[in-house]
Design a protein around this ligand. Structure first.
Ligand code: COA
Length: 173
């Protein structure tokens, strides 16, 4: 039987614990701490908000199966994090999360969106390329302690990005 489609909703402080579990599984070398998520969520609400964080939740079980976050500074957006539980890979959840971030970038009136991705993370790079991100450079030794380089990718005009998924009614504020 196929698992029901996860629902995207705003990430709240009570999601930090399950998100951290996924974080440690998916980023074993450089997982974010709880404090980092708390600090991000502190800027995610109200008229001065500069962050947009979303989780993907399975409706029947309440299990958190993905999360993503965007930071906006002026007209520049930055994908802070994006991840889907391994058993969700290849289902389009990554694309749904990214679509949600780009919608938020449009709401923040970002003219472009940047991100860093490990040079060896071809799966994530494929996802970004599908959405029109282009490589613009490298950050040497960006990921520590492994000393892995980051590829920097940029998407210009996120408002023009075609939505891969027909769920435009799904809104997270
Ligand atoms: C990065 C990450 C979110 C991408 O997830 P993903 O499973 O590759 O992405 P999607 O869920 O959009 O699935 C895309 C694949 O599923 C296929 N697919 C199947 N059904 C689909 C659907 N309904 N919509 C879109 N794609 C679908 C696509 O064709 C694509 O196949 P391909 O990988 O052979 O090209 C995920 O790999 C992850 O969490 N990785 C660990 C954390 C990480 O590295 N994050 C990025 C840090 S920069």
């Amino acid at each position: 039987m196929t698992a029901p489609t996860a629902v995207l909703r705003e990430m709240r402080w009570w999601d930090i614990e399950p998100v951290l579990e996924l974080e440690h599984e998916l980023f074993p070398d450089d997982a974010w701490s709880a404090g980092m998520f708390w600090s991000e969520l502190a800027h995610a609400r109200g008229p001065q908000a500069t962050r947009h964080y979303v989780v993907a939740e399975e409706p029947d079980t309440g299990r958190i199966v993905g999360y993503a976050g965007l930071a906006a500074a002026g007209d520049l957006g930055d994908v802070q994090t994006i991840a889907a539980a391994k058993d969700q890979w290849g289902t389009g959840l990554g694309a749904r999360l990214l679509t949600d971030l780009l919608r938020a970038a449009t709401a923040f009136e970002c003219a472009e969106v940047l991100l860093e991705v490990r040079v060896d993370n071809t799966r994530a790079q494929r996802l970004y390329e599908r959405f029109g991100f282009e490589p613009i450079g490298f950050r040497r030794g960006y990921y520590q302690p492994g000393n892995v380089d980051a590829l920097v990718m940029r998407l210009t005009d996120p408002a023009q990005t075609r939505n891969e998924n027909p769920e435009s009614s799904e809104s997270n504020g």
